[in-house]
Design a binder for this molecule. Structure first.
Ligand code: EPU
Length: 344
């Protein structure tokens, strides 16, 4: 078999060869591939949409398993519907299906790249929704106990871009996710001011599912956050840094104009994009005029590959931005994408 390059499997289009590669199209194949690699003592890298990975130019010295399972299984249960979705289903295909069927609960997560099985790992969220609010159950292969396990939503320890799966890296292979959605042609109450403005509704009001989807896709496109082969601003891993949570003292030390979102636990969330922009790294910032990596020209939080960038090009840019923000505001940004074979 010809060599498989991680750059062909990731949205950043960075990363060298896989030592070996298996494409799993059924749950049984997925479990068998993981078990075979574990038996052989081979490191495993699971790839689905490849939208949250920055892989070293040396590639991966182990087995890359592509999660390509498919299937959406809906079971009605009163005013709500439980929908079991295989891990390899393209996330946005699933969202489109929910909008078409009149299933309410994930419409604001339209246009997010990646596969369904990745969404519980970092509790994917955008525009006021996160998957934690609709996940009823996650079915996983536990590589330590070597068996299938099912975690109810409340057992997944979901937090901002976090879960028990992320806390225990490599242990769990998501097989399928059950979403509990409302049978309703209206979306959930709008919780994101920018989305409410775009829809022409007040925060807390509701709008038809298809209108919400359209508005979110429009907003995401304007920020370069919808994949487009021809547009280098979308050759990214989405937000490269998570939004920081600060204690009250740190939050008070920020400039007056910095966004502040007080949290129930007393911490204050601020905006990584704002900090980056105001530390002097504007949209399109690059280390040199012809550098192959730069900040997106549409959003400072996305690091992009302008064509031919290597992992080090992106990491050098990320380090400069992280260190500059720390010098300016005393806040150390943390990367959101998973780094494979390299460190920031
Ligand atoms: N801003 C700037 N410069 C920019 C862009 C934004 O200063 O270039 C400032 C603005 O003040 C803006 C604020 O940052 O009001 C927040 O920006 P935005 O509304 O775009 O949201 P975000 O906090 O940067 C988060 C998620 C996105 C998600 C959007 C919308 C994280 C790390 N990112 O971004 O998710 O789409 O909210 O809900 O939580 C992702 O996680 O990969 C991702 C794209």
């Amino acid at each position: 078999m010809s060599e498989v390059l991680l750059r062909d499997l990731t949205t950043l289009r960075v990363g060298g060869p896989a030592r070996s590669y298996v494409r799993a199209t059924t749950e049984a194949e997925l479990i068998a591939a993981v078990t075979a690699a574990d038996d052989a003592g081979q490191p495993v890298l699971l790839v689905a949409g490849g939208s949250n990975l920055l892989v070293a130019d040396e590639g991966f010295a182990g087995t890359v398993i592509q999660v390509a399972t498919s299937g959406v299984d809906a079971v009605s249960s009163g005013p709500q519907i439980d929908v079991a979705v295989q891990a390899g289903v393209v996330w946005d295909d699933f969202v489109l299906r929910t909008v078409t069927e009149g299933w309410s609960g994930v419409e604001a997560l339209s246009g997010i790249p990646g596969a369904v099985g990745s969404t519980p790992i970092q509790n994917v969220g955008a525009y006021g929704q996160e998957v934690a609010s609709t996940i009823a159950e996650v079915k996983v292969w536990d590589r330590r106990l070597r068996g299938i396990r099912r975690f109810a939503g409340q057992e997944c320890s979901f937090g901002y871009r976090h879960s028990r799966f992320k806390a225990d890296p490599g242990r769990f292979v998501v097989l399928d996710v059950v979403f509990r959605l409302d049978i309703d042609t209206l979306g959930q109450p709008i919780r994101y001011a920018e989305l409410a403005r775009t829809l022409g509704v007040e925060a807390g009001e509701r709008a038809p599912l298809d209108a919400v989807r359209e508005a979110v896709l429009e907003l995401r496109s304007g920020k370069g956050m919808v994949l487009d082969e021809a547009d280098h601003d979308t050759w990214s891993a989405g937000s490269f840094f998570t939004n920081p949570f600060l204690d009250t003292e740190q939050a008070a030390a920020l400039p007056e104009a910095a966004p502040r979102y007080p949290q129930p636990d007393g911490t204050v969330k601020t905006s990584a994009a704002w900090l980056i922009e105001h530390a002097g790294f504007g949209k399109g910032y690059a280390l040199s005029p012809d550098a192959p990596a730069s900040l997106s020209t549409k959003h400072t939080l996305a690091l992009t590959n302008r064509g031919g960038a290597g992992a080090e090009d992106l990491l050098a840019l990320a380090r400069t931005v992280r260190d500059g923000v720390e010098r300016a505001f005393g806040v150390r940004l943390v990367n959101e994408p998973v780094l494979v074979g390299c460190t920031l």
